[in-house]
Design a binder for this molecule. Structure first.
Ligand SMILES: *[C@@H]1O[C@H](CO)[C@@H](O)[C@H](O)[C@H]1NC(C)=O
Ligand SMILES: [Zn+2]
Length: 506
């Protein structure tokens, strides 16, 4: 009898304390965030300020600690035991998609996976029929990848939206917010980038489904093996109507050294360099390495070697002549004049005692200036054909992928700059991280293509760059400081907050 009365009294006290917590907003424990009444339910400014203070304390746990933790987790989802690799429609890519989906749901988003394997999380906001803000990046990786490329953009978007949801402000957002984790940006498996964002933007070629990977599996077969329809209609259907989209924002690691050199965590992108990917195939005649005299050979391997060296020479020469024009800009990383890379080569049949019958290699050409890139590719084609003609080798050059330089939206870029500036100064207060100089957030150009490149065909785009150690990317050495991950989340959070009705911003 006596004991149960004590229990009842205890329960009463717990209830009273809980009420007290509701009234004065005293942070009893972190989970109390869930109990905060809707922001708009109260008209009391004092109350709102208290909620704000309460939420700020807990923002760090979402925007920093949880984001860092999730990047760590996602970085372990790999098709290889030894290194990080997630390619389009691979088992690890599917697992990563599922994981991301649960995190999106945890942020209060409605989630689905589309017919190209993109993972979506959407919240309708105040007006479900208003054009939606899309935020995204890619979940596929290169081979032996770092864990921030692509993943950082997805994780920080989820973190920013979750923080907004926890503070009860998400429901006041004036338009739908949709986070998309794109299934293919790196193009490792099918040599054709942007299968994910390209489908949403409607830029994919109709022939895409028949493109084969190294083992002869087509995109269609890869999709159908995993029970996606893999039909032309199902892909065409994924395209978003431009009227239904407000804009696209992406957070991405810089993959270059500029921010680190400046001692700053964030930058905003003004333009993405255009890119051409070629596939060069050289056919000669295969033969016995011991019996065919040198003079009687049609060996495509030396032809390829000669072509590769010629490509390098051409690009050095052209980039130097372009570099002179933009020397001033180059120091601002605006030049990034012209870069050419042969990163992949294969020979058939590929045996040490056989003269190869065929050699194929890739060429990746990028420039901020489209005319420079076109000039380089045009010259390259002439040079390669000439080398093949001289050696009686038959040559084909395929343009696998071509993307023009994309300018980011001016207004969006300005808004992102304001948000990144606010985040940088907030961070120096919160974490005691001093900024190295007065230049809060620099504007830089991107030499790397991102999903924003495809999305720019659909809507206006803006990109925030995040500093990475040594500018290293596409490598397990890739690293982003925990506080910089925090900065990225804060910047997106502040960008979203700026869109809230004025009465809600403190
Ligand atoms: C919601 O958005 C649609 C499309 O932009 C617009 O026509 C409509 O007026 C908006 N509704 C409200 C209540 O603002
Ligand atoms: Zn990337």
């Amino acid at each position: 009898m006596e004991f149960s009365r004590v229990l009842i009294q205890f329960a009463l006290w717990v209830a009273i304390l809980h009420q007290l917590n509701q009234v004065i907003g005293f942070p009893l424990h972190a989970a109390a965030l869930d109990d905060i009444p809707a922001y708009s339910d109260s008209t009391d400014r004092e109350w709102r300020l208290q909620v704000d203070a309460h939420v700020k304390e807990n923002l760090a746990s979402i925007l920093r600690d949880e984001a860092v933790n999730r990047l760590d987790k996602l970085g372990k989802v790999s098709d290889s035991q030894e290194f990080l690799q997630r390619t389009f429609m691979s088992p690890a890519a599917l697992r990563a998609g599922q994981l991301i989906r649960t995190w999106m749901a945890d942020a209060g988003l409605f989630t689905w996976i589309d017919d190209m394997g993109n993972v979506h999380g959407r919240f309708d906001g105040m007006n479900s029929s208003a054009p939606a803000l899309l935020i995204g990046s890619h979940m596929d990786t290169v081979i032996d990848a770092g864990r921030y490329d692509g993943a950082l953009g997805i994780i920080s978007a989820i973190a920013a939206v979750k923080a907004l949801q926890k503070s009860g402000k998400l429901r006041e957002y004036p338009r739908p917010i949709e986070i998309i984790a794109f299934s293919d940006e790196e193009g490792v498996r099918f040599q054709s980038t942007f299968l994910g964002s390209g489908a949403i933007a409607g830029t994919l070629s109709p022939n895409l489904l028949q493109v084969k990977d190294k083992r002869g599996v087509t995109v269609q077969q890869a999709l159908q093996k995993l029970s996606f329809p893999g039909t032309k209609e199902s892909i065409v259907h994924l395209k978003y109507e431009p009227e239904s989209v407000w804009g696209y924002v992406e957070v991405h690691i810089e993959q270059g050294p500029v921010l680190e050199a400046k001692g700053l965590p964030l930058g905003v992108v003004d333009a993405i360099a255009g890119q051409t990917r070629l596939r060069v195939s050289m056919k000669g005649s295969a033969g016995h390495a011991g019996t065919v005299p040198m003079a009687m050979r049609k060996d495509p391997m030396p032809a390829a070697a000669q072509a590769i060296v010629a490509i390098e020479e051409l690009c050095i020469r052209l980039s130097q002549s372009v570099g002179q024009v933009t020397a001033l800009q180059a120091t601002e990383n605006k030049g990034g004049a012209l870069v050419c890379t042969v990163g992949e080569i294969a020979s058939w049949p590929g045996a040490s005692n056989v003269i190869p019958g065929e050699v194929t290699f890739s060429v990746d050409v990028r420039a901020k200036d489209d005319s420079v890139r076109e000039l380089a590719v045009g010259n390259m084609e002439v040079i390669i054909h000439e080398i093949c003609r001289n050696r009686a080798i038959s040559c084909t050059i395929e343009r696998k992928n071509e993307a023009k330089t994309v300018d980011c939206d001016h207004e969006l870029t300005e808004r992102l700059t304001e948000s990144a500036t606010a985040a940088t100064s907030e961070l120096s207060t919160l974490a005691g991280v001093p900024t190295a100089n007065q230049e809060a957030v620099p504007t830089i150009s991107s030499g790397a293509g991102h999903d924003a490149l495809a999305m720019a065909q659909l809507t206006k785009v803006g990109i925030i760059f995040v500093r990475c150690t040594g500018g290293i990317s596409h490598s397990p050495e890739e690293h982003v400081l925990d506080d910089d991950i925090w900065a990225a989340g804060l910047a997106l959070h502040s960008f979203l907050e700026a869109d809230l009705p004025k009465s809600l911003s403190a």
